[in-house]
Design a protein around this ligand. Structure first.
Ligand SMILES: C[S@@+](CC[C@H](N)C(=O)[O-])C[C@H]1O[C@@H](n2cnc3c(N)ncnc32)[C@H](O)[C@@H]1O
Length: 448
């Protein structure tokens, strides 16, 4: 049987070949693997993905062989070895080094093992004197390497927000996010869910923004909890709960959710509506529409009609049909790097302009489906103005029949106070709000 470190290396190689790390983890971490090993593999994989650039920088300082000449097993053995040495106090130095050397011998050959041994021992001797680019003379290089972000992201953020904000943002993106869940009020309530979770050995902490949010700790894997399968809660960050709240739905409304899979916001909307009314939920990918159906089944939501649909395509039959429309647009996901560190390396600067064309189109087309005096909410899990404020501003410029609508009544008081006139949008950042990066705008259709 493969040990935890070997599994981590295989998952990292898979992800280097294009697999999503969360899917690769699910594939490799079968239930027969002890929980402690599963947790260690997850820590190593996410740790290396998060700090890949910094780890490679350190390797290149201590290796005579160029990174591009190393085999993937050797490179990833060094990465997990250094990650343990630099970031995991609980792993003894001898274990981090010896286990890496054994793996290099097993996966490659004795020569590779000698090389890994030499590089790691050199790092152990010198880890306190590693030099990084000078933050004053080379601020972009420093932030990029020290916090391990591609240079283009750091450059973009420094231009937008300045050095200090970007440093705090990078630091926040590297922190482990807390597990946040939404209480499914269709099946339970705060007190009951708290005691159910506690009886399952889970520590429960109240949400910061919303009554329906809990942070949970000491959990094995969410899917191992009976309360999860019983549909008593849905994993969801508090920032993304703002979207359904900002829609201001009521029982009996006709709602359209145009990019809905896996159904996190759809089911949130349904619970605010007390499962009365109707929600049409679209997604472009058939397998993802199945996820919406599965989420609805588990959470006991019965008012959702989930359909495969490309929201960019105009449909006259849908015009003026819905009281509320949510456009939770496909986006770069740059706001959720805490949860998906692979985004650091999978996204490219040119992706943003491709996405903005799509976002503009979906918003333009689906706005037509809102009734007169109806509400249109646009949201993304991005912190990039091109995907957020700029999309909405351009939309309002081209569509005089829509205006910003005051979002403050739908927000927790502390957040509502942050809004500026015309009070129609909010941008959340992990370094400021301690949640995922998220954008929400609320618009009203005031003319035909
Ligand atoms: C940000 S995710 C949605 C998350 C979802 N609203 C939730 O809360 O669980 C974006 C979704 O948009 C879908 N998508 C991308 N392009 C689309 C399009 N043209 N039409 C409909 N759905 C699309 C993707 O498949 C993806 O599931």
């Amino acid at each position: 049987m493969k040990n935890a470190r070997e599994l981590a290396i295989e998952i990292l190689i898979d992800s280097q070949q294009g697999s999503y790390s969360n899917l690769a983890l699910n594939k490799y971490l079968t239930q027969d693997i002890p929980a402690i090993d599963r947790a260690f593999v997850t820590e190593l994989v996410y740790g290396v993905l998060k700090y890949r650039m910094k780890l490679d920088y350190i390797i290149s300082q201590f290796s005579k062989i160029e990174l591009s000449k190393m085999s993937w097993p050797v490179l990833n053995t060094l990465r997990i070895g250094i990650y343990q040495l630099m970031f995991l106090d609980k792993v003894p130095v001898f274990a981090a080094v010896n286990e890496s050397v054994n793996l290099a011998k097993k996966m490659e050959n004795p020569g590779a093992a000698r090389f890994v041994n030499a590089v790691l021992r050199n790092i152990v001797r010198n880890k306190n004197v590693i030099t990084y680019p000078d933050p004053v003379r080379h601020p972009q290089e420093f932030l990029s390497i020290y916090y391990s972000f591609p240079k283009w992201m750091v450059e973009r953020w420094i231009k937008l927000y300045g050095f200090d904000f970007t440093r705090d943002l990078c630091e926040a993106f590297n922190q482990k996010p807390r597990v946040c869940i939404r209480i499914n009020t269709l099946k339970t309530n705060k007190e009951k869910l708290k005691s159910t979770l506690e009886s399952e050995g889970v520590k429960v902490i109240p949400g910061v923004m919303f009554e329906e949010a809990f942070y949970i700790e000491d959990i094995p894997q969410l899917k191992q909890l009976k309360s999860f399968h019983d549909g008593l809660f849905q994993p969801q960050d508090e920032s993304s709960m703002i979207a359904a709240r900002a829609l201001g739905v009521r029982s009996g409304d006709m709602v359209l959710d145009v990019a809905a899979a896996p159904g996190g916001k759809t089911t949130h909307i349904a619970q605010i509506m007390a499962n009365k009314g109707s929600i049409t939920a679209w997604d472009i990918h058939p397998h993802r529409v199945e996820l919406i159906k599965e989420t609805c089944r588990r959470l006991g939501t019965t008012i959702v009609d989930a359909q495969v649909r490309d929201s960019r395509l105009k449909d006259k039959d849908m015009h003026n049909k819905f009281d509320k429309v949510l456009v939770d647009a496909p986006c770069s996901g740059l706001g959720v790097i805490r949860r998906k560190p692979d985004i650091k390396w999978s996204k490219k600067p040119e992706d943003i302009s491709v996405l903005t064309t799509e976002q503009q189109r979906i918003l333009e087309v689906c706005s037509q489906y809102v009734k007169l005096n109806g509400i249109l909410v646009y949201s993304t899990c991005s912190i990039e103005p091109e995907e957020n404020q700029q999309i909405v501003e351009a939309f309002l410029e081209n569509n005089g029949n829509f205006v910003y609508d005051d979002m403050r009544p739908y927000l927790p008081e502390k957040l509502a106070m942050e809004l500026k006139e015309p009070y129609g949008w909010i941008q959340l950042y992990p370094n400021i709000h301690k949640v995922d990066g998220f954008f929400v705008a609320r618009l009203k259709r005031v003319g035909k």
